[in-house]
Design a protein around this ligand. Sequence first.
Ligand code: ZN
Length: 165
Amino acid sequence: MAAISGDIDPSCAICGAPPFPECPHESQRLELALDQAQQRWEKMRSIRSWVLNHARDQIITTFHHLRTTRYHAHLAYLQTLPCFTLYHRFNGAPPIHPTQLQVLHAQIQQANGVFRQGVDEDWRRSCLRYPEVLDYYFELVGVELPGEEEVEVRDPRFGGVEKLG
Ligand SMILES: [Zn+2]
């Protein structure tokens, strides 16, 4: 009879397979449990929503600035078009030659298209900055780990009952 050692390795807690070769179930299940515990943790929830809200506000504010700048440039360009002031003053029906009006219409339409494309591009670029902006706000969150010698760490109590083991 072989000698029995006290520190034998247990079988997989999930599938019951022998300890060697090690199967992935326990570490997968632990990873899942850790994720679930993190989701239950109130502090993590408030950190996530704090970071998300600030990042979103920041992205949207930046986008609004870009859009305003682009809109002013758009208006400035429209004002350089021949007869645009007249067109504006007569609410789109200026007393000018129909051919001239047609040309002006086409120019305005084209400029509006360029403006819209520019706004889409500003928004797309703003959204691409999310990773950087999220990192920034996460970095602002102070996280302090307890010392290893603190009693709650050295001698934890769970559920108000006797300590484990
Ligand atoms: Zn297993």
